[in-house]
Ligand binder design. Structure first.
Ligand SMILES: [Zn+2]
Length: 336
C-alpha cells in the first residue's frame, strides 16, 4: 500500500486544527498525515489526540507524528533529559491517536567523534525504546535521516541505530539524504541503494519524507517545492511501485498538500504506464520480449491499480473539486 499526505495541516485548509486538517486531507484524495509537534506540544491535549485517532479510523487516514525539532540524543545530561521529556510527551499523544511512527531528530555530534556520538545515541535510543515499552506504547520510535554534515543522522548511521536497537525504525527523509550527499539521489539506482540499505532491518513498511531541497556542500539550506528542486520524484516512485514497497510518503514541501497531490498525480501516471504496457493486445509480444521478472511487477502494478481505482471512485466527487483547485494553484506554468 502506498499512502501519500502532508506534514501537518494543509495550507489551503480553512480550519486550523489537526482534525480539520485530517478531513481536508481526505477530501484531497490523500490518505496519510504527519501531525507536527515540531515547535511544541501546546497544539493538542489528550482528548484531542483520542478524537483525532477516532476520525483517522473513520476516514482511513494513517497518522504519523513529528516530535519537536530541538532534541539531542547525543548531548549532555541536560540535553538528554529535555529531549526525553519532549519525545515522551509527543509519543504519549502519538500513541493515543494511534499514530504508526513518531519521527525524531537524533541530535548533533558536537565535540564528540562520530563513533562516540553513535554510542551515545544508541544508548539513549535504547533507553527511550524501553520507556515506550514500559508505557505500553504501540507507536514506533522513528530515527530520521538528517540533511547537514554536523548533525548525526546519515543513512548509514540511522540504519546502524535501527540495527542495534530492536523495534526502532528508520524515517527516510529523501530531501535530507539528497542534500547531505550533495545531490546524491538522481537515478533509480540511487534510490534503490537507499532501500537496499534498510532492507536488512526486516521492516515491512517505511515512513518517507519528500520535498525539494536547496543545498550546498552537503548541507541543507531550506526546502523547496518539488519541481523547483533537483531531486526528481519519478525515479523514487518507480522504485517504490516496481518493488511493491509499503510506504507512507509525507510531503514536507513548502507547498505541502499541493506537492502531496502532485506526487499522487505522478504516481498515477507511472501506474498507468505500467498498466498500459500490459494490455491484453500486447501480451503476446511482451511475453516474448520482456524478461520474466518485469512481468511480475507489472502484474503487481495492475493489482495496485485496480485497488486504487476502487478507492478513487469512492471519493471521486469531493476529490475532483479540491484537486482541480490545488492543481491550478500548483501548476500555473505548463509542464515540459
Ligand atoms: Zn524531520
Amino acid at each position: 500500500m502506498i499512502r501519500i499526505g502532508p506534514a501537518g495541516i494543509p495550507l489551503s485548509c480553512k480550519g486550523r486544527t489537526n482534525k480539520d486538517g485530517l478531513i481536508y486531507t481526505r477530501s484531497l484524495g490523500l490518505n496519510t498525515m504527519e501531525v507536527q509537534f515540531v515547535r511544541g506540544l501546546h497544539v493538542m491535549d489528550e482528548d484531542d489526540a483520542e478524537e483525532l485517532g477516532r476520525l483517522a479510523k473513520e476516514y482511513d487516514v494513517e497518522l504519523h507524528v513529528h516530535a519537536p525539532y530541538y532534541t539531542n540524543l547525543a548531548g549532555d545530561e541536560a540535553n538528554i533529559e529535555m529531549s526525553f521529556d519532549k519525545i515522551m510527551s509527543a509519543a504519549m499523544l502519538a500513541n493515543l491517536m494511534g499514530a504508526k511512527v513518531i519521527a525524531v531528530h537524533p541530535g548533533y555530534y558536537g565535540e564528540l567523534s562520530k563513533k562516540e556520538a553513535m554510542e551515545r545515541v544508541v544508548a539513549n535510543v535504547r533507553e527511550l525504546r524501553d520507556m515506550f515499552k514500559s508505557e505500553g506504547f504501540s507507536v514506533k520510535l522513528g530515527i530520521e535521516t538528517m540533511g547537514k554534515q554536523k548533525v548525526f543522522g546519515s543513512i548509514d548511521e540511522v540504519v546502524e541505530v535501527c540495527r542495534r536497537v530492536n523495534d526502532v525504525v528508520p524515517v527516510l527523509d529523501f530531501g535530507h539524504i539528497h542534500a547531505r550527499g550533495n545531490g546524491s539521489l538522481k537515478t533509480k539506482e540511487d534510490f534503490n541503494e537507499i532501500f537496499q540499505k534498510v532492507a536488512g532491518l526486516g521492516r515491512d513498511a517505511y515512513l518517507l519524507h519528500v520535498t525539494g531541497v536547496l543545498y550546498r556542500n552537503g548541507n541543507e539550506y531550506h526546502h523547496l517545492p518539488i519541481k523547483k528542486g533537483d531531486m526528481k520524484i519519478e525515479p523514487l516512485l518507480e522504485v517504490i511501485l516496481e518493488n511493491n514497497y509499503n510506504v507512507s510518503l509525507i510531503s514536507e514541501s513548502p507547498i505541502l498538500e499541493h506537492d502531496a497531490v502532485y506526487t499522487q498525480i505522478v504516481m498515477d501516471r507511472i501506474m498507468d504506464k505500467l498498466h498500459s504496457r500490459h494490455r491484453p493486445d500486447d501480451e503476446e509480444d511482451e511475453e516474448i520480449s520482456e524478461p520474466r521478472e518485469k512481468l511480475e511487477y507489472e502484474i503487481e502494478g495492475e493489482k495496485h491499480q485496480a485497488a486504487k481505482k476502487k478507492q478513487a471512485k469512492k471519493i471521486a466527487a469531493e476529490k475532483k473539486v479540491s484537486r482541480k483547485r490545488v492543481k491550478e494553484e500548483t501548476e500555473p506554468e505548463k509542464e515540459e
